[in-house]
Write a protein that binds this ligand. Sequence first.
Ligand code: 5GP
Ligand code: ZN
Length: 110
Amino acid sequence: MCIFCKIAANEFGTQFLYEDENVLAFRDLDPRAPTHILIIPRKHYENIDELTNADPALVGELFAAASSLAISEGLTGHRTVFNTGESAGQSVFHAHLHLLGGRSFAWPPG
Ligand code: 5GP
Ligand code: ZN
């Protein structure tokens, strides 16, 4: 079982900031911004491409959770990111949406 599947199974007692039937959100272990939340499907998909092909509506559910978390975190701006593949910085191969906020972000990203 992958690390995010274990988190979803609540093996570590992770605090969920948002949860419903299909979606979970929790704070990143190694935050890169004052707010850094990971939003994941409960079901395992390797990356956003696989998830989009299998269940496009679920992609919308992840972004809806991100929007409501941005409000509950009091963010005035935020960045949402899917890293896909090692070359793009993906290190956990269970699709996850990063929600980052609480500071300024450079463009383009590195
Ligand atoms: P990626 O690099 O795949 O886009 O993002 C994976 C993210 O998961 C990283 O930001 C990393 O800090 C985070 N992460 C890895 N393992 C754990 C964990 O066990 N718990 C939490 N909360 N975050 C994790
Ligand atoms: Zn998984």
